[in-house]
Design a protein around this ligand. Structure first.
Ligand SMILES: Cc1cc2nc3c(=O)[nH]c(=O)nc-3n(C[C@H](O)[C@H](O)[C@H](O)COP(=O)(O)OP(=O)(O)OC[C@H]3O[C@@H](n4cnc5c(N)ncnc54)[C@H](O)[C@@H]3O)c2cc1C
Length: 303
């Protein structure tokens, strides 16, 4: 730990020991990061990843924290928060966004420049990095549709630039997730021009439609499960009698059965326990194992 901190100090990189993670997550649960690091430039970010890899320190990435359930025991090793990597600009006819740019900022930036195609992500919480990893999307679009290139750090820490095809996007996953590549920044298609007024009205339509369906009054992490082939997780959960089911302060939302809400002081263990219970009941009722979309840290994603 001391050696790691001296590397961070020498390079002027902001860090905190035993830093609470819960306020960085949509569910508002989880323990502390043993060492939390907040790079504020891509060279800093890349050097931290290289440092962790060369020292074989386990490391974790947190963007907007909208799709993760961090253990109550917190995270060992190094947790890198990308929130300060938030530069966003136009270059050579593309929108360039660093990995920590929020989806909302990206959508608003595109609308402000009369660029269409980004309306669908206006109401998706989280960052560009997390959205590329998850190929975030909804009925109105997905990251795959707007991505031209992604710059990422490979397992060797070499920087690679991948085109859209090489990113291997598919439903709620990507090469970044499967091969544990770290996203630094991305270039998005800016060629689809429309009036800002039309784009904003579409963004607001999508947002209002979603807000009516989602239990936004409570901390939640969006859809817990992936859509099973030929159906909706929410429907299976409802017909398995899981609406309103609770473990501690975690509850299957009555408003949207595909969501779990933190009704007060839920722990990560409550949410994880409820997920397992729902999976069990749905399996017993329908013979289908619901696959989790949300990521358990540390187990699912140690880089
Ligand atoms: C109310 C609500 C509604 C939602 N609606 C949708 C929706 O409509 N569609 C949808 O797809 N999702 C939705 N989600 C889920 C979530 O918004 C998306 O999955 C989002 O893309 C997660 O981004 P993030 O930055 O928060 O990622 P995080 O939760 O921070 O991280 C997700 C994963 O990506 C990894 N990661 C983060 N940054 C990087 C990086 N730079 N390089 C490599 N790995 C990285 C993390 O380690 C983690 O494994 C919703 C969530 C909420 C709370």
């Amino acid at each position: 730990m001391l050696q790691t901190c001296s590397f961070l100090q020498q390079n002027g990189i902001l860090y905190r020991e035993n830093h609470p993670i819960r306020s960085h997550t949509a569910y508002k649960v989880g323990g502390n990061a043993k060492l939390a690091v907040f790079p504020d430039s891509l060279p800093q970010f890349h050097s931290v990843i290289g440092w962790c890899r060369s020292r074989k320190l386990p490391f974790f990435l947190i963007g907007g924290g909208a799709n993760i359930i961090v253990s109550d025991d917190g995270l060992p090793g190094v947790t890198i928060f990308t929130e300060q990597l938030n530069r966003l600009f136009l270059k050579n006819g593309k929108i360039i966004a660093q990995c920590g740019v929020s989806m909302e900022s990206l959508a608003l930036f595109a609308a402000g420049h009369g660029i269409s195609g980004f309306e669908f992500l206006y109401d998706i919480p989280g960052s560009v990095g997390g959205a590329l990893v998850m190929n975030a999307g909804n009925n109105d679009g997905e990251m795959k549709n707007i991505t031209c290139f992604v710059q990422a750090a490979a397992a060797t820490n070499r920087l690679v630039t991948l085109n859209q095809h090489q990113c291997k996007f598919s439903y709620r996953t990507s090469r970044f997730k499967k091969e544990k590549l770290v996203v630094l920044q991305a270039a998005f298609n800016a060629s689809n021009r429309k009036s800002g007024k039309i784009i904003r009205s579409e963004m607001n339509r999508i947002k209002n439609q979603r807000r009516r369906k989602f239990p936004i009054e409570f901390p939640n992490g969006g859809s817990v499960f992936k859509r099973p082939p030929g159906g909706y997780a929410g429907r299976l959960i409802e017909t398995a009698g899981c609406g309103g089911l609770r473990v501690g302060d975690a509850q299957v939302s009555e408003k949207h059965r595909g969501f779990i809400i933190n009704t007060g002081n839920a722990t990560a263990a409550d949410i994880r326990g409820l997920i397992a219970l729902v999976q069990k009941r749905v399996k017993e009722t329908h013979g289908i194992l619901l696959e989790r979309e949300q990521i358990f840290l540390p187990e699912d994603m140690e880089k």
